[in-house]
Design a protein around this ligand. Sequence first.
Ligand code: G1P
Length: 294
Amino acid sequence: MKVRKAVIPAAGLGTRMLPITKSMPKEMLPIVDKPVIHYVVEEAIKAGIDDILIITGKGKRAIENYFDKSFELEFYLREKGKEKELQQIEEIGEMIDIYYVRQKKPLGLGDAILYAEKHVNNEPFAVLLGDDIIISKEPGIGQLINIFDQFKSPVIGVEQVSWESVEKYGIIDGNKVEKDIYQVRDLVEKPSRKQAPSNIAIIGRYVLTPEIFDTLKESKPDKRGEIQLTDALKYLITNNQNTIYAKEIDGDRYDVGDKFGFIQVNIEMALRRKDLRNKLENYLRQYKLLEGSL
Ligand code: G1P
């Protein structure tokens, strides 16, 4: 069955980006002039997704407003003859069918995914976490959908990370079956460096099958009181003997949920923009010369 639906969990509190996330969803933080979630939606669309469910939570209204049509703004831009801006704003309001459901309590990623059960309606589906932005020729999630089409089993997006940072991720243990593709043997959520079976980390892109829902319902909260998607995937392998694959995603990944990653992706994306590149390069060069004065 074709993967045509995507789920974007956007209910998290964004504690790593406080204080800005006190009154603003982390998904609405700007990368140059578009919010993080816009890039994630674009990635899904480029991969052939035509239906998106965003799992929101308290204080996330700005996301719905962003993707909504804005008649007043469009009217104003038309009146003023601002054609370029008008086209951009119209396009956002017409991008794709986006649906919303609210997670009632912040009980973790696994619990958020459970809210998608009715909408997904027994189809395989993609999951994209907004903390990870992937800049690549072929959309990150599209790379996983291709593997799903080949093996008809769930696929997790992964990347090798430094051993110092394994404790920030879900980590897999797997057998390499092809270049960049593993059959997953085990998974562990945020292990210590000592406990980590490898340094191959889950990077917020998944293609899942509906079996995950029953497993999530059975999952017990971890010591932080959260239901982990990683634990449910582990259960599928160890108890249900399901096969799960992992694919090293080809592209540059940025962790925008982290202050450094957020600044990094803003600089990188600005450098890719024709209208900003020269100015920014000059500025950075000049800044380097002035370094000593800080
Ligand atoms: C979540 C997942 C984790 C994954 C990470 C990628 O963690 O639980 O397995 O490695 O996303 O960004 P979070 O960063 O939401 O704590």
